[in-house]
Design a protein around this ligand. Structure first.
Ligand SMILES: *Cc1c(COP(=O)(O)O)cnc(C)c1O
Length: 451
C-alpha cells in the first residue's frame, strides 16, 4: 500500500538529470514552481482517491515538462490564412511589406531619432516622422499618426467638438465591431449628437436645417454594411460646401482609407483619402491596417489650424503611436509615394493575383496532395472594408469525413491552418497564402489527411 511518503520530495526531483535539463531550458524559479504545482496536484488526487498509485520520478518530471510547455506557449502565434479573407480582423488584418518590417525592426533594435533633432542636438518631435510623406501623398497641410482609427476619431472629436453639436446622418450610426459604435464614441468625446435624416435617406436640406443651429458635420463611412434599395445621400462635395458656407467644419471618418481606386481590382469604388480632401473635408481619419496595408495605426490628415489643436489635446499623448508604428506606417506610405505599392504591399499583391495564377497554385496543391478538386469560388476583402465585395478565385476543395473535425485538426498544426467549409467540403484559397508558407501548409494538410 502506497502512502504519500512514497512521493518524491522537491529536492529529490531537483537532483535528477531531467530536472537539470528543464532548469537549463526554462530557468530555476519557473521549473521549481512547476514541480511544486505538479506534486500538489498528485497529492490531492491521491488523497481524493482519484489515483491509487503514485507516479515515479520520470513520469512526474514529464508532467512538469508538459506544464511548463503549457505555461510558456505564446497565445499570440502566426497562422496560415487559407480562408481567402484578405483583411481578416481576427487574424491580424494586413501582413506587412518587407521594407515595413525592416523599418520596424531597425527602430526596435536600438535607439532612434524618435524625439531627437540631430541638427540641433536637442529634443525633437515624434509627430514629424510620417507627416511629410502624408503631406506629399495626400496634399494635406498637416498630419498626425495615432494608435488606431478608433482613437483617431475619439481624439479628433475631443479636440474639435467637445460640448459642440456634431451633425451626423442616421444612416451612418454604425457599429464597426468590437463594441466601437460611432454614437458612443461621439458621446465619449463630449460632443452632442445631432442626428439627421433617416436610416435609408438623408437630404442636403436635412444638413442645411441642422446647420442653422450651429455645430460641426461628420461623416462616418459605412465600412461594413451596405444600404440598398430606396436610399439617398447628397454628394460629399455638396455637404462640405454647405458646411463651409455655414462657417463650420467637416470631419470625415473614412475607416478604410484607400490610397488607390479599388475599382481597378473589380471591386466597388471605396472613397479615397485624396478624394475626401479634394472635396474639401477639413479633417480626414482612417486606419493604417485596412486597405492601406500597413501596421495598426490611425492616421489623421487635414487643415493645419485644426491639426494643431488635435496635436495639442491631452488625449493625443494617451493615444500616441509608438516608434515601431511610426517607422512602419512611414515605410508603407513610401511604397505609395514611390509608385511601387502593388509590387510591395502584401494585401495589394493578393488583390492583384489573377484567377489563372491562383488556379495554378491550387492545382499544384492538388497534385502534391494527390487528392481534392480545384473549383471556382470567391475571396473577400474583409476587415470591415468593402462589404459583400469579392474576387473570383479558385479553391482547393477537399472531401473529408467530417469537415468540422478536419478544420479543428488543421488548427492544431504548427503553424495552425485556418480554412473554411461549404457544402460539406473543406475549402482552401491560395489567394491569402503567401508562396513562402506553401510548404508548411502542405505539411499541415498532409498530417491532417493522414491522421
Ligand atoms: C474600422 C473603422 C474604425 C476603427 O478603426 P480601427 O483602426 O480598427 O481602430 C472607425 N471608423 C470606421 C468608419 C471604420 O471603418
Amino acid at each position: 500500500m502506497m502512502t504519500l511518503r512514497d512521493l518524491p520530495s522537491v529536492d529529490e526531483l531537483l537532483q535528477t538529470q531531467s530536472a537539470a535539463e528543464l532548469i537549463a531550458q526554462h530557468g530555476r524559479p519557473l521549473t521549481l514552481s512547476a514541480i511544486r504545482q505538479t506534486l500538489a496536484g498528485i497529492r490531492s488526487r491521491f488523497l481524493a482517491g482519484e489515483i491509487t498509485s503514485l507516479p515515479l520520478h520520470g513520469l512526474i518530471l514529464s508532467q512538469v515538462d508538459s506544464l511548463l510547455d503549457a505555461w510558456l506557449k505564446p497565445t499570440l502565434r502566426p497562422v496560415i490564412n487559407a480562408s481567402g479573407v484578405i483583411l481578416h480582423t481576427n487574424l491580424g488584418r494586413a501582413p506587412l511589406s518587407d521594407a515595413t518590417i525592416r523599418a520596424m525592426d531597425m527602430v526596435a533594435r536600438g535607439y532612434s531619432t524618435l524625439e531627437y533633432d540631430l541638427e540641433k542636438g536637442a529634443r525633437g518631435s515624434r509627430l514629424i516622422h510620417a507627416e511629410s510623406v502624408l503631406q506629399k501623398l495626400t496634399g494635406a497641410e498637416s498630419a498626425v499618426v495615432v494608435n488606431n482609427n478608433a482613437s483617431a476619431v475619439l481624439l479628433v472629436l475631443s479636440a474639435l467638438a467637445n460640448r459642440k453639436r456634431v451633425i451626423i446622418s442616421r444612416s451612418q450610426m454604425v457599429e464597426i465591431g468590437g463594441g466601437f459604435r460611432v454614437p458612443d464614441v461621439m458621446k465619449q468625446s463630449g460632443a452632442k449628437l445631432a442626428e439627421i435624416g433617416t436610416t435609408n435617406k438623408v437630404h442636403l436640406q436635412d444638413y442645411e436645417e441642422a446647420l442653422q443651429e450651429g455645430g460641426l458635420v461628420m461623416r462616418a463611412h459605412r465600412s461594413n454594411f451596405k444600404i440598398v434599395g430606396f436610399t439617398a445621400e447628397p454628394e460629399l462635395k455638396e455637404i462640405v460646401d454647405l458646411t463651409h458656407k455655414a462657417g463650420s467644419i467637416f470631419i470625415d471618418d473614412l475607416g478604410s482609407g484607400a490610397m488607390y481606386d479599388t475599382a481597378k481590382y473589380g471591386l466597388v469604388h471605396e472613397p479615397t483619402v485624396q478624394e475626401s480632401l479634394a472635396a474639401g473635408a477639413d479633417v480626414v481619419c482612417f486606419s493604417g491596417d485596412k486597405l492601406l496595408g500597413g501596421p495598426q495605426a490611425g492616421i489623421i490628415v487635414g487643415k493645419k489650424e485644426l491639426l494643431d489643436k488635435i496635436k495639442k489635446h491631452p488625449l493625443a499623448r494617451a493615444v500616441r503611436a509608438d516608434k515601431t508604428c511610426l517607422a512602419g506606417v512611414t515605410a508603407t506610405l513610401l511604397h505609395y509615394l514611390k509608385d511601387e505599392a502593388e509590387r510591395e504591399i502584401p494585401i495589394l499583391k493578393m488583390m492583384s493575383l489573377t484567377p489563372k495564377q491562383i488556379w495554378g497554385r491550387a492545382e499544384a496543391w492538388r497534385q502534391e496532395l494527390g487528392q481534392g478538386q480545384v473549383i471556382e469560388g470567391e475571396s473577400t476583402v474583409g476587415g470591415g472594408s468593402l462589404p459583400d465585395e469579392s474576387f473570383p478565385t479558385f479553391l482547393l476543395s477537399l472531401t473529408v469525413e467530417s469537415p468540422e473535425k478536419f478544420l479543428k485538426k488543421l488548427r492544431t498544426q504548427n503553424p495552425p491552418v485556418i480554412a473554411r467549409t461549404a457544402n460539406d467540403k473543406v475549402l482552401l484559397d491560395p489567394r491569402t497564402v503567401p508562396p513562402e508558407q506553401e510548404g508548411a501548409l502542405l505539411v499541415g494538410l498532409k498530417n491532417t489527411l493522414n491522421s
